[in-house]
Ligand binder design. Structure first.
Ligand SMILES: Nc1ncnc2c1ncn2[C@@H]1O[C@H](COP(=O)(O)OP(=O)(O)OP(=O)(O)O)[C@@H](O)[C@H]1O
Ligand SMILES: [Mg+2]
Length: 272
C-alpha cells in the first residue's frame, strides 16, 4: 500500500468569476521510504499538491489517500498528525510570533493535554539542542522570538520544529531556498543523514533542481497543474523527455550533479 495515493485530483479556485485550475487530474503514488522531489515553474501547482497531501485543502475532484484511507478521515488524521511533519514555504506565517523559539520547536513534543501550557517536558530540552544544532542554530537563542531572526534563520527554526518529533515523513516546500550555500549544505546533509539512519520519507518541493538531485531519488515535474514527467531523479535530469523539463534543467546555473557535489562538500553531517 502506498503512503499517499492521489487519484484524479483536481483543484480549482474561483475568484471574481475566473477559474484557476491549480491541479488538473493528477494521479500519483508516493511510496513509503522514498524521497520524492516536486519541481516546476512558479504557479505550476506544487504547493497546492502538498496542501492536498496534508488535508490542508480539499480537491475539487478526485481522492487523496493516506495509507489507503481518505486523508481527511477520522482514521487517517491522527496518524498523519503524529507521523507527518510539514515545513511550509513561508515560515513567517507558520511561526507563532508570541512564542519563544524554544517553545515553537518543542511544541510538537508535548502531548495535546500539555499544549498551550508553558512548561516544557524535561527531555524536550535535550531534543531542542539536538535539532537546533542540526540546522546550524545556537540553542542559546531559544529565548528569542521569531521576529528577532533573519528569514533564513526562521526557515531553519521551521525545519528544526519539523524534525523535533522524529517524524517518519517530512514534507518540505522550498526548505532551503532562503539559505546561503554553507547552511544549505548543512541542512541538506542533515536531511540525507536522516533518510539513511531513520528511513525518513521525504517529499521536497524546490525550484532548485540541484537540491532535488542531492536529496531525492524520484522526481515529478509539474506544469500547469499536471504531472508532465516522472521517474528516477538522475535519469530525468540526465535525459529529460519533455521540452519543459529540458528547459528547467537548462535554466539551472550549474549542471545537475555538480551543484549537489558542491553543496555536499565540507559540511558537517549531523545525526538527529
Ligand atoms: N487560495 C487560492 N486562491 C486562488 N488561486 C490560488 C490559491 N492558491 C493557489 N492559487 C493559484 O493556483 C496556482 C498554483 O499555485 P501554487 O501555489 O500551487 O503554485 P506553486 O507551484 O507552489 O508556485 P511557487 O513556486 O511560486 O510557490 C497559481 O496560479 C495560484 O495563483
Ligand atoms: Mg509554492
Amino acid at each position: 500500500m502506498s503512503l499517499f495515493s492521489l487519484r484524479g485530483v483536481s483543484r480549482e479556485y474561483v475568484r471574481e468569476g475566473r477559474t484557476t485550475r491549480a491541479l488538473d487530474d493528477v494521479s500519483l503514488d508516493i511510496e513509503e521510504g522514498t524521497q520524492l522531489g516536486i519541481v516546476g515553474e512558479s504557479g505550476s501547482g506544487k504547493t497546492t499538491l502538498i496542501r492536498m497531501l496534508t488535508a490542508l485543502d480539499q480537491p475539487t475532484r478526485g481522492h487523496v489517500l493516506f495509507r489507503g484511507k481518505p486523508v481527511a478521515s477520522r482514521e487517517a488524521r491522527p496518524v498523519l498528525r503524529s507521523q507527518v511533519q510539514v515545513v511550509f514555504q513561508d515560515p513567517r506565517s507558520s511561526l507563532d510570533p508570541r512564542m519563544t523559539v524554544r517553545r515553537i520547536v518543542t511544541e510538537p513534543l508535548r502531548s495535546h493535554l500539555l499544549r498551550g501550557r508553558s512548561d516544557i517536558p524535561a527531555d524536550a530540552h535535550a531534543r531542542f539542542d539536538d535539532v537546533m544544532d542540526a540546522v546550524g542554530l545556537d540553542p542559546e537563542m531559544g529565548s528569542r522570538y521569531p521576529h528577532e531572526f533573519s528569514g533564513g534563520q526562521r526557515q531553519r527554526i521551521a525545519i528544526a520544529r519539523a524534525l523535533a518529533p522524529k517524524p517518519s515523513v517530512l514534507i518540505a516546500d522550498e526548505p532551503v531556498s532562503a539559505l546561503d550555500v554553507s547552511v544549505r549544505a548543512q541542512v541538506l546533509n542533515t536531511l540525507t543523514g536522516l533518510v539513511r539512519s531513520q528511513d525518513l520519507t521525504l517529499i521536497v518541493v524546490s525550484h532548485d533542481l540541484g537540491v532535488i538531485r542531492h536529496v531525492c531519488e524520484q522526481v515529478v515535474v509539474v506544469r500547469r497543474g499536471r504531472i508532465v514527467e516522472r521517474g528516477g531523479a538522475v535519469e530525468v535530469f540526465a535525459n529529460p523527455q519533455q521540452s519543459y523539463t529540458r528547459e528547467l534543467v537548462q535554466a539551472m546555473p550549474v549542471l545537475p550533479g555538480r551543484t549537489s557535489m558542491r553543496t555536499g562538500e565540507g559540511a558537517a553531517s549531523a545525526e538527529v
